[in-house]
Write a protein that binds this ligand. Structure first.
Ligand code: CO
Length: 457
């Protein structure tokens, strides 16, 4: 059996390279070819795509999913799901998590990749249980990072726990692209030896070592690798799909993808990429290898966000300083892996620490909540001096954060009964309330305009 490939261009590819701005039309333009290429799955939804749809594109993310499903008859569709945060940036009630899983599967998702930024498995449970209940494939992803607590044994123990929870497969989610080739070999070997779960590796090319890490993971027996089609690969995105097909062709690892289909799809997506290069959303910097991230351990998406934040404040000269501040903040906060929402939180805190001229003088609300325990358990203890400075002697919770969140779905359904047209709309409101109201109002106005035009025409 060869190595299987998951195509990420339509989710992580554009999320990593140009802030998730691909429109539904662009996402769909090469689906016919991709569906015939022989992938294990296409990652097309979840992550930041949902927020980007309603916040920037004025598009219904649910409609996007249904359109993708219509065009993909052969290949499984995969989404990224942030545990109790779903596709948002805070914890939601269990009933919303369950409903979101149910509706994702009903609208076309086959594989749900669930992760928690802190690897606090209590935050995975609702999503995992719901995925099993609605007969989806439940993949649990472990947020990969390096720190004194994030050892191989730490990941092996976590893997055993998620296997017990009912995961169907396991992903090493290296969102920063920092896994070293020999570490990948050791980790995959030990995971293969200690669980029965298929193992997938998700990396990023940011530091320039992902292809080497993939190769060593393959030699250690990894079952699936995440790659992006050439136009959306490299830089802060995933290793290139076609390159892996060529590299492994004829070996026992041959992914057996249809190169002709890959090339046709790549041709179409190159036009899409060129548009974002031309309009500046794709910063050429995102396409260049940056081995410094191996020092800073900062994911690609976070790098481009930091750049944007600093640009807006006319402080690009502080870029290096902010990058140096990130690992300090991370250490003080107990080594959270830098993945959404923690990456944004740590990044914003680092920017504030540098720009305000005094560390922790300004602290975002989310960091305060984190210090109260509302995101879950930090991998290592938080620096007590920092905690005291920010939240004083406030109580720090030790129960699962969502335990105290009342059910939300029915209340929202009632609250927005004049606005929502489906349970999917209620979920959009549940995730991004203010933005969702704005989006749904605009969407319906757009519908009316089209209807009027049709009537006139
Ligand atoms: Co990623």
């Amino acid at each position: 059996m060869g190595v299987k490939i998951v195509e990420t261009a339509l989710r992580d590819g554009h999320q990593s390279l140009f802030a998730t701005r691909m429109t539904t039309e662009e996402v769909c333009c090469a689906l016919e070819e991709l569906d015939k290429a022989g992938y294990y799955a296409l990652e097309v939804w979840g992550g930041a795509t949902f927020d980007a749809c309603i916040s920037f594109l004025n598009e219904d993310p649910w409609e996007r999913l249904r359109m993708i499903k219509k065009k993909c008859k052969n290949t499984k569709l995969q989404m990224l799901f942030r545990g109790q945060n779903i596709l948002g940036y805070k914890h939601y009630a269990d009933d919303v998590v369950e409903k979101f899983v149910q509706k994702s599967i009903e609208n076309g998702i086959d594989i749900i990749r669930v992760f928690d930024a802190l690897n606090d498995i209590r935050n995975l449970k609702s999503a995992v249980d719901a995925t099993k209940k609605y007969h989806g494939h439940c993949q649990i992803a472990l947020s990969y990072t390096t720190s004194p607590v994030h050892t191989v044994d730490y990941y092996v123990n976590l893997a055993k726990e998620v296997e017990k929870m009912g995961a169907d497969s396991l992903c090493i989610k290296d969102m920063a692209g920092v896994i070293l080739p020999e570490d990948a070999y050791e980790l995959v070997s030990k995971l293969k030896a200690s669980t029965r779960l298929p193992i997938e590796l998700h990396g990023h090319c940011t530091g320039g070592i992902a292809e080497m890490a993939y190769k060593r993971a393959i030699e250690a027996g990894v079952d699936i690798i995440d790659c992006a089609l050439s136009p959306l690969s490299g830089g802060t995105s995933q290793p290139c799909t076609e390159s892996f097909q060529y590299a492994l062709q004829g070996t026992k690892y041959d992914p057996k993808l249809n190169v002709e289909m890959l090339n046709k799809a790549a041709e179409k997506l190159t036009k899409v990429k060129d548009k974002y290069l031309a309009n500046g959303l794709l910063n050429p910097k995102a396409l260049i290898k940056n081995p410094n991230i191996l020092k800073y351990q900062v994911p690609g998406g976070m790098l481009s966000n930091l750049m944007n934040q600093l640009k807006q404040q006319n402080a690009m000269d502080k870029y290096e300083e902010v990058l140096n501040e990130v690992p300090r903040v991370r250490k003080e906060l107990g080594y959270p892996p830098l993945v959404t929402p923690l990456s944004q939180m740590v990044g914003t805190q680092a920017v504030m620490n540098v720009i305000s001229g005094e560390r922790y003088k300004m602290v975002p609300k989310e960091i305060k909540e984190y210090l109260h325990g509302f995101y879950g358990k930090s991998p290592a203890p938080v620096d007590e001096n920092i905690r005291k400075k920010i939240i004083g002697d406030d109580e720090v919770i030790t129960y699962r954060p969502a335990d105290k969140i009342e059910p939300q779905f029915l209340a929202l359904k009632e609250k927005y009964k004049d606005l929502v047209k489906s349970e999917e709309d209620v979920l959009t409101c549940a995730l991004f309330e203010a933005k969702a109201v704005k989006f749904l109002t605009q969407r319906d106005q757009k519908d009316e305009i089209i209807e009027v035009n049709l009537y006139i025409g």
